[in-house]
Design a protein around this ligand. Structure first.
Ligand code: C5P
Length: 243
């Protein structure tokens, strides 16, 4: 893709100009980062797995009427997506206590939550993506009250879909992060799901052994990240062939 204009370089992905106006090419890199990029490692093949798993999730979301930016996969590391204006918020949905929730509130990891909890984080590397309330979001103009409602409705639908999808293959969806974008089409603007949904952005635990099958393997130096992501792909029936 070196001949295409680079639009944005993130920690795990690069966005290039797409073949048509309103499209972009999303390229998945092998970089693993954690703790606001203080920890960094190249894990060869991670990008290929995330591209395929994210394709699988987004294609199914499109199929059940949850709007996403995904159009089609182009090759092992790249997918064609719709260009959106990214809302500067990370939407986290939690079903089971883990990670920062457990740390912040002293709830033991693995505790089933009484209901799914939605949180918002302000996307800002310098500030370390702080958690923010709806008051902050509207006061500082990061999203309107209607957009917050739309993002929450999307988050609940994505959570319901992902919970069932993973449960069917023996995996517990502990929590996940999603991002949203504004799509401008026919003089209309609507909120759709953007970025990626992969083991980099979800906590996935084997239902029987509670073994972690997600990026916590890297964050917590457990090793075996590639094997875990490959197992997730395999259970979903995704064949990783070289193309
Ligand atoms: O660290 P924390 O417990 O808040 O993470 C909640 C969920 O959001 C986890 O699944 C984690 O992988 C994801 N996340 C992410 N990107 C971030 C922060 C969290 O994908 N910048």
């Amino acid at each position: 893709m070196s001949r295409r204009r680079r639009i944005y370089e993130g920690k795990g992905k690069t966005l290039y100009e797409g073949p048509e106006p309103g499209t972009l090419i999303q390229h998945f890199k092998d970089d693993a980062t954690a703790f606001n990029a203080k920890k960094h490692q190249i894990i060869e093949g991670k990008g290929v797995l995330n591209n395929r798993i994210s394709e699988y999730v987004f294609q199914h979301l499109n199929d059940i009427g949850v709007p996403t930016h995904f159009i089609k996969r182009l090759n092992m590391r790249e997918q064609l997506i719709r260009e959106v204006e990214i809302v500067p918020l990370e939407v986290v949905v939690r079903n089971v206590a883990a990670g920062s929730l457990s740390q912040r509130l002293g709830i033991e990891e693995g505790t089933q939550l009484p209901r799914s909890i939605i949180e918002f984080y302000y996307k800002n590397d310098q500030l370390g993506d702080p958690m923010v309330s709806e008051e902050h979001i509207t006061a500082f103009g990061w999203a309107t009250p209607q957009e917050i409602d739309d993002m929450m409705a999307l988050a609940i639908r994505v959570n319901d879909f992902l919970t069932g999808l993973f449960l069917g293959v023996g995996i517990r969806l502990v929590d996940f992060k999603m991002e949203c974008g504004r799509l401008f089409e026919n003089d209309m603007m609507r909120i759709i799901v953007a970025d990626e949904i992969s083991p980099d952005s979800c906590r996935l635990w084997d239902i029987k052994s509670n073994e972690k099958m997600d990026k916590d393997r890297f964050r917590r130096d457990l090793g075996g990240l590639l094997e875990a992501y490959t197992e997730v792909a395999k259970r979903l029936g995704i064949l990783i062939e070289n193309d």
